[in-house]
Ligand binder design. Structure first.
Ligand SMILES: [Mg+2]
Length: 239
């Protein structure tokens, strides 16, 4: 089966990163703790719920949880976080993993005419690149067209940012031809509020039953043709 939308224009796929493409399995938490300790001088005692949130949003919540009155600005934390990831890159490669079917799906969609692939993530731009390069996934993605936590702490605002960045090459991307692929309610809300279709993948830990607000929910990414068909379905439905 081949992707049949090339006659109706291109499609922009925006991948969530954590628990959709990869999992750090504790390395991300360790990097966050190290960066937090470095910039605030305090040890990390507690974390809020972080799934589906952006890094500046998480940082602000953690600072508040620890009662820090005048926190160092987010960019200082973001730099420390990138350094902490670089220091742990070997550990990330060993302990983390690529989600089942993720690389095959990236490769398959990359071979389909009319599909552009980038990311929409709460991670900072620097950390996103480190995570993807650690697992060799960056080659499948146009990271310049992505939107990141350090672009805007309000995750739904990232959809328009990515669409604008991807549109500069002559293609126009909007609600009708943008598909977000993620693993959480935060991704579903981001797509609905920001203006995109959304495919949710349960392999990241959120049960299928809790992903019913997505346009399509998949158990995992192992059936690459099912992933392709889902993109076709949600984009054609909108016409
Ligand atoms: Mg996620």
């Amino acid at each position: 089966m081949t992707f049949t939308r090339s006659d109706t224009g291109n499609v922009l796929i925006l991948w969530d990163v954590d628990h959709t493409l990869i999992e750090t399995r504790g390395v991300g938490r360790a990097a966050f703790a190290a960066a937090f300790e470095q910039v605030t001088g305090q040890s990390l005692e507690r974390m809020p719920h972080i799934t589906g949130r952006t890094e500046p949003d998480i940082y602000a919540a953690v600072v508040e949880l620890h009662g820090i009155q005048e926190p160092p600005p987010f960019p200082a934390f973001a730099d420390a976080l990138a350094t902490a990831y670089i220091e742990r890159q070997d550990q990330l490669r060993e302990r983390g993993r690529v989600m089942p079917g993720a690389e095959q799906s990236l490769a398959h969609l990359g071979s389909c005419p009319g599909i552009r692939q980038s990311v929409l993530t709460g991670n900072t731009r620097q950390v996103t690149r480190i995570k993807l390069e650690t697992f060799g996934l960056q080659a499948y993605l146009d990271l310049d067209s992505g939107a990141y936590g350090d672009d805007n702490g309000h995750r739904p605002s990232l959809v328009a940012i990515a669409q604008a960045r991807a549109s500069t090459s002559g293609d126009e991307f909007d609600r009708r031809n943008t598909v977000l692929i993620g693993d959480s309610q935060g991704d579903i809300d981001t797509a609905h509020l920001g203006g995109a279709h959304v495919i949710a993948v349960a392999a990241g830990g959120t049960p299928m039953a809790d992903l019913s607000a997505a346009d399509v929910a998949l158990a995992d990414l192992t059936d690459t043709f099912e992933v392709e068909r889902s993109i076709e379905l949600v984009t054609n439905r909108a016409r």
